[in-house]
Design a protein around this ligand. Structure first.
Ligand code: SAH
Ligand code: SF4
Length: 374
């Protein structure tokens, strides 16, 4: 049995190595793994470094994207997701056009600057047309001033182009897990859940001219720390403009629920998500990183904590209340019974407490994207 002195010695050396890693110009896979494994004391060093980088490259401004959960109807059957087509235990909805428009107007009037329209994945002609029409209408209503991010899953190049032409300029499509083997354990093994097609979609989005966002879930069953390090490298190598990532949260009516006893505690998943955000900020200094709703689910101050360690985007939920409890991607989703205006007041105060200011009436585009375009 090694002596206590040995452990103290080892701990000290480990901290030193974290410090050493943090002053390097670039990080290797091993370095990232070491950072992901940092203990409570060591991780504050990582968080501080990430906060410094954010301030240096982006200032302390947080941008809002009003989130509209347009529909919970989905043609896919991802094993982790509460709104998968195989879950028959929910009321299906698609927001009436007036409700989307109303939410968009609210965002515009409150000076949010941008919207995110998210939904289950549908590729019918009717759906494509409806989204195109909504984009055009929202753009016209706001004199082109509201920026629009879409998160509507994989689509054809033609559809991506149609929506781009109609006014969407950012697209969020999480790779979910960048390791093929892990991906295959999270999805049915068929053509509509093909890893390569998802990757291809990300490349199409870039080609068309979107600001491209991706991300992963953190703390998934079967996922290793090495997988997460590779996820970060995947995002760096793809040279993404934006990232939305957060903890995996189990949902009772999904196949992965069976593995709930193998998961890390929710607290551990939350802390690991903070580390992922901070390390990504260190790796990709000027991209936009969202403080995800799932962070808030696991910790009431989750989004503010994410902002403190490198995130710069928040997505207040503007989905009309009566539909919110039908868009349950996972358990215990927050704000399912708060009006947008109440949420807004509380969020503004919380963000100020986190030491940031809100960039009202601005798109808050990815600086990384702007740099690449120069
Ligand atoms: N259908 C689109 C967008 C809606 S789903 C798409 O899949 O791209 C939005 C995100 O919710 C997904 O990318 C996934 O990462 C996240 N999500 C789904 N189920 C989740 C769960 N159980 N825990 C955490 N995030 C989840
Ligand atoms: Fe559908 Fe997206 Fe959920 Fe998969 S993650 S089931 S594509 S809504």
């Amino acid at each position: 049995m090694p002596s206590m002195a040995y452990f103290v010695y080892k701990r000290k050396n480990m901290s030193k190595s974290i410090q050493k890693i943090l002053i390097q110009e670039s990080l290797s896979r091993e370095d990232i793994i070491c950072l992901l494994k940092a203990d409570e004391k060591e991780r504050t060093l990582i968080f501080e470094k990430a906060a410094q980088i954010k301030t240096k490259y982006l200032g302390d401004i947080v941008y809002f994207r009003g989130l509209i959960e347009y529909s919970n109807i989905c043609s896919k059957n991802c094993y982790y997701c509460g709104i998968r087509s195989g879950n028959k235990k929910m009321m299906l909805y698609e927001l009436p056009e007036e409700d989307v428009f109303e939410a968009a107007k609210y965002a515009y009037e409150e000076g949010y600057g941008s919207l995110v329209i998210q939904a289950g994945e549908i590729s019918s002609k009717k759906f494509i047309k409806k989204i195109t029409h909504l984009l055009q209408k929202i753009k016209a209503m706001s004199n082109g001033e509201l920026g629009i991010t879409l998160s509507l899953g994989e689509q054809t190049e033609e559809t991506f182009q149609t929506w781009f032409n109609a006014g969407a300029h950012r697209y969020l499509l999480r790779i979910e897990a960048s390791d093929r083997e892990l991906y295959s354990k999270l999805h049915p093994n068929n053509k509509v859940h093909d890893f390569d097609f998802r990757l291809h979609s990300l490349k199409l989005l870039r080609k068309i001219g979107y600001q491209v966002g991706t991300g992963v879930m953190i703390g998934l069953p079967f996922q290793t720390i090495e997988n997460l390090a590779d996820d970060l490298l995947f995002m760096r190598d793809l040279d993404i403009d934006m990232c939305g990532m957060g903890p995996y949260i189990e949902h009772e009516h999904t196949p992965l629920y069976e593995y709930k006893n193998q998961l890390m505690s929710k607290r551990e998943r939350f802390v690991l998500s903070l580390k992922m955000i901070a390390i990504l900020r260190i790796l990709m200094k000027d991209i936009n990183i969202a403080a995800s709703t799932a962070m808030q689910t696991l910790d009431v101050a989750g989004r503010e904590k994410a902002i403190k360690v490198g995130a710069n985007i928040v997505m207040p939920n503007l989905t009309p209340l009566k539909y919110r409890d039908s868009y349950l991607l996972y358990e215990d989703k927050p704000c399912i019974d708060e009006e947008a205006s109440e949420c807004n007041n509380c969020l503004e105060a919380r963000i100020k407490i986190a030491g940031a200011t809100i960039g009202y009436n601005e798109w808050g585009d990815s600086e990384h994207f702007k740099e690449r375009k120069k």
